[in-house]
Design a protein around this ligand. Sequence first.
Ligand code: PLP
Length: 450
Amino acid sequence: MALDSGQTALLRNEREGTYWQPFTANRMLRANMEPRTMVSAQGAYYTSSEGVRLFDTLSGLWCTPLGHAHPRIVEAVRRQAETLDFAPSFQLTHPGAISLAERIADMAPEGMNHVFFANSGSEAVDTALKVALGYHRIKGAGNRFRMIGRERGYHGVGFGGMSVGGIVSNRKMFAAGMMSGVDHLRHTYEPEHMAFTRGQPTWGKHRAEDLVRLVTLHDASTIAAVIVEPVQGSTGVIVPPVGYLQRLREICTANGLLLIFDEVITGFGRMGENFGAQRFGVTPDIITFAKAVTNGIVPMGGVIVTDEIYNTFMTGPENAIEFCHGYTYSGHPMAAAVGHVVLDVMREEGLVARVRELEPVLEDAIHGLKDMDVIADIRNIGLTAAIDLKPAADKPGARGAALFEAGLRGGLLLRCTGDTVSFGPPFISTAQELRDMVSTLRRLIIEVCC
Ligand code: PLP
């Protein structure tokens, strides 16, 4: 459905900058570009305001694995709005939140049976950090205040998530407001040892020993938790080396540190298992989730914690609030209703198993680009992948930006950050759609880079 010129002018945001877009070069967008506006979406495709049908190569922002406008979700939203559109979340609840928590706990690794709801990945991360601090304090170890994140980690944009995050551009403007006592592990991505690896690299387990160094430097008695994404998604699908996450787990256990897996991207099937924890065979103490739990239709996030953590919080006076934390919209009825349908559809349509079937298809297709001189690296795991374009001389990021623009004309909605292009297609994609995505990508790369 193409828009008429009046509608397009409106979309051009004629009241300059009234809508200040997130993570966007707003002035560049307004000065140089046609509006990048999606006007509808069905299944695995968006339609742009220019009437172009675009394959959704990143499931929105990693969050719509079931595709768009799923009829059962649409119906669930309508029904829930008619029945119970809001219920206060403090001191009260509603049946959908309780039963969704139970279903999520059933999907989690053994011994992780307690779910606290938030509304986004950033809120989930801040919740996890607060759970870790509270847990140690109740245990009489309130001096465990430090958090360890990892270079290149993305944990959202709250003050907690920003502080443990490891993306320089997201940190430097706000350095004055960082949480104190945060340190970082080195990242595990060294292309000279792992470029063009399919799945997990065999090099890099030793980088987990960084944690031993930080424990020695700060003393374990001052550290509350370590937070990592099992696969670093936002910085371009950086896959954990074989044995790395296991070694982090050993070091955390030996030193009384909580291990938090930020599974905002890897949770709910994207790794071909319910959670990355199961894919990599490592059980953390806390898992954060968001995005796919509601297929991106309404916001929801949360944390799953172990029995040990929950039971520790439940040891204080019975009439006192155990965890002074929560959001107006925690466990929102609309989100809970959608969460139930998402889990129903995932189970009935076998979508987690489907990810396992599609993983080798995506892997073979994307690594088929290896012959292109302009590509510096290709990585993949589960239903995720990334390619790095070699930066154009003196213009890092220019090739990624050009490719993004070409995609909008050529039928692919691409996620380009700098010269890295990340992929996380919907679980409902067919094998042929994934192959077509990669052959269109090859054509577009030739068009803009060669
Ligand atoms: N944590 C991870 C691992 C993420 O990938 C993201 C978003 O991409 C977040 C946290 C933040 O989520 P949100 O944008 O919903 O706050």
